[in-house]
Design a protein around this ligand. Structure first.
Ligand SMILES: [Zn+2]
Length: 281
C-alpha cells in the first residue's frame, strides 16, 4: 500500500492560489503573477508592502523584502516553520500538502434517472453539518460497560444524548477526510430495544431540502481518518466503532475504521493518502 510521492508532479499540481487562500492571504493577481505582502513567518521586514510575488504558471515564489524564494513546496515548508533543505521535513510537508490541497472529497453524486424523473437533480453527498449536538454526556455509565476510559471518550467526542433523534444513544461524531463534521452515528444504550426500526447503530439519514437531496454515504470516508495528521508507515483498518475505540485505547493511534461492509475504492484511495513511505525515512 506504500505510495511513492512524485515531488515534481506535486509541485505542478498544487495551486498557489489555493495555498495563499488557505493562509488567508489577500493577493492581487495580474496575468501569471500574484502579489501580496509577504506571509512568511520568517519575513523580518515590512509586512504591509507587497514584496511577495508568486508565479502561478511556474509555481515559484520570491520575496524582495526577506529574500526568500523557491517552489510551492518550499513555501509550504517555510509557512510551517519547517526547513525545506531538510529532506525528512520536506517530505512530511509534501505528504500533507498532497492531502490538503489535492484531495477533494467527492461531494456531488450524479443524479440517477429516478431522481431526474422526480425533478430532484441535485444530490449532495456527506455535506458538512451546520450544527453540533449540545449537552452530550461523556460520563454516562454505559461507557463503563463498554470499557471506555475518559481519554478515549474525549478523543472520539462521544457522549450520551438525551434528546431528539439520538435520544437514548451514544452520539458518535463522524468527520470526513478534511476533518469536517458530517454527521453523527448513534449507538443504542439499551440493546434490548434493538429492532428492525431501531438499529443498534443509527447512521445519518438521507434528507431533502429545497429540492436538494443530502445523502450520507459511509463508504466515502474513513472513521478517524482525519485524526491521522502525519504521514504514517502503516495504518490499522478496522470495521465499525467498538474495535477502533478499544485499539486506540490500547495505544494504537494510527487506526481507521470503515462503517459498513467492505472497503470501497474511495476508502482505499483515502488510505493511500494517509500512508506514504519512502526509503530512508
Ligand atoms: Zn518575505
Amino acid at each position: 500500500m506504500a505510495q511513492w510521492l512524485n515531488y515534481k508532479e506535486l509541485k505542478a499540481e498544487i495551486s498557489f492560489i489555493d495555498v495563499l487562500e488557505h493562509y488567508g492571504v489577500e493577493m492581487k493577481i495580474k496575468g501569471e503573477q500574484a502579489t501580496c505582502p509577504c506571509p512568511l513567518p520568517s519575513h523580518d521586514g515590512d509586512s504591509t508592502s507587497p514584496s511577495f510575488s508568486a508565479n502561478l504558471d511556474r509555481n515559484i515564489f520570491q520575496c524582495f523584502g526577506c529574500g526568500a524564494k523557491g517552489n510551492i513546496l518550499d513555501f509550504l515548508c517555510l509557512m510551517g516553520d519547517k526547513n525545506p533543505k531538510d529532506a525528512k521535513q520536506f517530505h512530511q510537508v509534501a505528504v500533507m500538502a498532497k492531502r490538503k490541497f489535492l484531495y477533494k472529497p467527492q461531494r456531488e453524486a450524479p443524479a440517477s434517472n429516478k431522481q431526474k424523473a422526480s425533478g430532484k437533480a441535485k444530490v449532495v453527498v456527506n455535506p458538512p453539518l451546520d450544527f453540533e449536538l449540545q449537552g452530550l454526556d461523556p460520563n454516562h455509565p454505559h461507557f463503563d460497560e463498554l470499557g471506555l476510559k475518559p481519554e478515549t471518550i474525549k478523543h472520539f467526542g462521544l457522549g450520551y444524548c438525551k434528546r431528539g433523534l439520538m435520544a437514548g444513544r451514544i452520539a458518535i461524531p463522524l468527520h470526513d477526510a478534511n476533518g469536517q463534521l458530517i454527521g453523527y452515528a448513534g449507538k443504542l444504550v439499551d440493546e434490548s430495544k434493538v429492532s428492525d426500526d431501531n438499529p443498534l447503530y443509527l447512521l445519518p439519514a438521507r434528507r431533502e431540502r429545497k429540492n436538494v437531496v443530502y445523502d450520507f454515504q459511509p463508504e466515502l470516508f474513513l472513521y478517524h481518518g482525519h485524526a491521522i495528521t502525519k504521514p504514517v508507515c502503516y495504518v490499522i483498518v478496522t470495521q465499525g466503532f467498538m474495535l477502533i475505540w478499544r485499539l486506540w485505547q490500547e495505544g494504537k493511534r494510527d487506526v481507521v475504521s470503515v462503517i459498513g461492509d467492505g472497503l470501497s475504492d474511495e476508502q482505499a484511495s483515502l488510505i493511500s493518502y494517509l500512508i506514504c513511505v519512502k526509503h530512508g525515512f
